[in-house]
Design a protein around this ligand. Structure first.
Ligand code: SAH
Length: 341
């Protein structure tokens, strides 16, 4: 049976044609699904009742529901918890930045990458999200907040490149001018570094921003905190990132969560500087969100500034990520975790 929430306009057109309906109905239906964000066929009042009844049988759909949300009193950041039709939960975050409203989406229920500092991976991977389920997080939040979302980051729970086909389908739906119409340059995909998928992604003709979760400048140090580093060495990951830059022209981002006494020494900053030198790169320093299950603490502000200065001496662009929503369940996956237990 067709998953209508994940179908692109071409597929919706083919489906509608096969049902013997007029072609323009496909566009109407697609708008109801992705612009109005209708919850059911009953809402689609400009479609003939007979067509809606047929669709209910041939292409039933259920959206995820907002189970709860928390709003930060400090900056208006909202954390949403969605209940999927199969009773799994995923989290998304809505943030207001000067350059526009941004939503951070999850790409999987759980994650199997096992990064030591990450709460999303503690219970492993439950399942992939469909393209429609990833997209739905943005559609539902936009409807709930009542403001346009202009930027999307795939930095919630899950490894997007471990759900490659649905990720690419999601991006094509998200950028479709008949749908949410978000521009490619306003989308960022973050990966822990799956080399074959980075290379494949550079061939998709999608000029979205790519961020690598680096977190350590040497294989040895990286393996301590990221199991994926056992599979792909930096000598493979960095050239793959360079290929992505060459093919798309998009500046690369390297995420670096500063963990006290783990990856924040002067020497580490030097190594990181050497690794990134000469690349058109932005380093995003993130004070690590403490995870109670692990014994990791954040680097203090002064040491973070010192780390930043060291990198800048090597000509590298560095930003320190502004912490949003400090007063609501902080780290990725923590709101969901509270509901699971
Ligand atoms: N799997 C992808 C995307 C999801 S994680 C990836 O690894 O990039 C999004 C970002 O949050 C990654 O950079 C990840 O390393 C980081 N992250 C995870 N747990 C964190 C924590 N406790 N504190 C700070 N950043 C964290």
């Amino acid at each position: 049976m067709i998953d209508i929430l994940s179908a692109d306009l071409g597929e919706v057109k083919a489906f509608v044609a096969a049902m013997g309906e007029k072609p323009f109905r496909a566009g109407q239906l697609y708008r109801w699904l992705h612009v109005t964000c209708a919850d059911s066929y009953d809402e689609m009042t400009n479609l003939p009742a007979s067509f809606r009844e047929k669709m209910k049988l041939e292409a039933p759909f259920l959206r995820a529901q907002i189970e709860t949300f928390q709003e930060s009193r400090e900056d208006g950041t909202r954390k949403y918890l969605f209940r999927l039709p199969d009773n799994n939960f995923v989290e998304s975050v809505f943030m207001r930045y000067h350059h526009g409203n941004t939503v951070c989406v999850s790409s999987q229920v759980g994650c199997r990458m096992g990064c030591r500092f990450c709460a999303s991976t503690l219970d492993g991977l439950t399942r992939n999200l469909t393209a429609g389920e990833i997209l739905g997080q943005i559609e539902q939040i936009q409807k709930h907040v009542g403001e346009r979302v202009s930027n999307v980051v795939v930095m919630g729970t899950g490894e997007p490149f471990d759900n490659y086909d649905n990720l690419v389908r999601f991006i094509r739906l998200l950028t479709d001018e008949n749908g949410l119409n978000i521009s490619q340059r306003s989308i960022t995909v973050s990966t822990c570094g799956l080399v074959p998928e980075i290379l494949k992604f550079s061939e998709e003709g999608l000029a979205v921003n790519l961020a690598l979760s680096l977190h350590a400048p040497t294989d040895e140090a990286r393996r301590e905190i990221m199991p994926i580093a056992n599979k792909y060495a930096l000598s493979e990951v960095m050239p793959a990132m360079d290929t992505y830059f060459r093919k798309t022209g998009r500046r690369l981002t390297f995420e670096y969560a500063l963990i006290k006494d783990v990856n924040d020494s002067d020497e580490t900053a030097q190594q990181l500087g050497r690794l990134l030198k000469g690349r058109n790169a932005l380093v995003n320093l993130i004070p690590v969100n403490p995870v109670v299950e692990r014994n990791f603490h954040e680097t203090d502000r002064a040491a973070t500034e010192a780390f930043k200065k060291k990198l800048e001496k090597n000509g590298i662009h560095v930003t320190i990520r502004r912490e949003m929503g400090r007063d609501i369940d902080g780290a990725c996956g923590q709101l969901r975790k509270r509901y699971m237990t």
